[in-house]
Design a protein around this ligand. Structure first.
Ligand SMILES: NC(=O)c1ccc[n+]([C@@H]2O[C@H](COP(=O)([O-])OP(=O)(O)OC[C@H]3O[C@@H](n4cnc5c(N)ncnc54)[C@H](OP(=O)(O)O)[C@@H]3O)[C@@H](O)[C@H]2O)c1
Length: 304
């Protein structure tokens, strides 16, 4: 069971006193889940990315703090929270693998990584290396990173799925310029997952890509939900609107994330953080009421 006490302890560290009672109410709500369309398996709507934040020395002092980040994710989101990494994220796979082993937590999370190379042999080497770094023979999701050699690598990933190396296959990108190509691939290749960018200021995916994912039964992970942190600089001098409480939000981070998971095509959002208190804050967006279309517009209008 996700620990309400741990979430609240961390929320106390980031929230002003006036918002704490609202955070207490939010933490009382159960974790929200969405199904993976191809199987019905349920995922919590808030998971975690590891780009930059988990790229640290696996023997270094930051490991203790990142262990706490991961512990909070596991305690706060419950079973199957998505942890997304990649071979191209420096030490992130090694750090993720070491911490999951230390916590004995591999089986409780939904572990996603990527292939980011051309050609079959290089891709197989990368997958074997990911298995070693992550200390996990079986991966939950392997994605073709940034549309590199997509059709060939998707075919390879389907073979690996047959062999039980991965349970799902996916494709990723992080810019709106790639979304027409992603839409074509969703329609033609029907991967299990697409991972793309969406935020209060980047709504391009809502035009064609997210409806295509819904129509073809493709699960959606959302990256760069905070535009790599830039959204927090935009609200530095702004007060959170009072109506954020109508969807149980007590921070800008929660409002940004609920804007995303309020879209019905979205399965899970994967914000990255190096701080336990920010992890706890983000996890509160995985509970309580979600915005409808009108409320999502109201949120986005704050940034136009
Ligand atoms: N092509 C691809 O496949 C692709 C591309 C980009 C990203 N991704 C995936 O998506 C994940 C997320 O995207 P991202 O890493 O680009 O950035 P992001 O999640 O949009 O933003 C991360 C930044 O937000 C800050 N932050 C997090 N929670 C916060 C909170 N509650 N309050 C204040 N600041 C907060 C973090 O700083 P602190 O550390 O100080 O909390 C960090 O600087 C990546 O880690 C990766 O797994 C995939």
């Amino acid at each position: 069971m996700p620990s309400r006490r741990r979430i609240l302890q961390a929320a106390c560290a980031v929230l002003p006193a006036g918002l704490l009672s609202a955070a207490v109410r939010a933490a009382d709500n159960p974790v929200n889940h969405r199904p993976i369309p191809s199987t019905g398996e349920m995922l919590p709507t808030v998971g975690m990315g590891t780009a930059d934040t988990f790229d640290v020395n696996p023997q270094g002092a930051e490991m203790a703090t990142l262990e706490d980040v991961l512990k909070r994710l596991i305690a706060g989101a419950g079973r199957n929270a998505v942890v997304d990494t990649a071979p191209s994220y420096g030490q992130a796979e090694a750090v993720t693998g070491a911490l999951l082993a230390r916590l004995g937590a591999r089986d409780g999370i939904f572990l996603a990584t990527k292939i980011s190379t051309t050609g079959r042999e290089a891709a197989l080497r990368q997958v074997h290396n990911s298995q070693a770094m992550l200390k996990s023979q079986r991966l939950d999701l392997i994605q073709v990173h940034n549309l590199i050699d997509t059709v060939n690598q998707l075919a390879l990933l389907r073979e690996l799925k047959q062999q039980g190396v991965t349970r799902y296959v996916g494709i990723t990108h992080y810019t709106e310029s790639a979304q027409d190509e992603l839409t074509r691939l969703v329609e033609r290749e029907k991967p299990d997952f697409v991972q793309i960018n969406l935020s209060v200021t980047d709504r391009g995916a809502e035009q064609r890509l997210l409806p295509a994912c819904q129509a073809h039964g493709v699960a959606v992970l959302i990256n760069r939900p905070f535009r790599d942190g830039a959204l927090f600089r935009q609200v530095r001098d702004k007060t959170l609107p009072g109506w954020a409480a109508e969807i149980d939000c007590t921070s800008w981070a929660q409002l940004f994330l609920k804007f995303i998971v309020g879209h019905p095509a979205v399965t899970s959002v994967i914000p990255a953080t190096s701080k336990p208190a920010n992890m706890a804050d983000n996890l509160l967006a995985g509970r309580g009421r979600l915005p409808d279309a009108a409320m999502r517009k109201r949120i986005a209008d704050l940034f136009t």
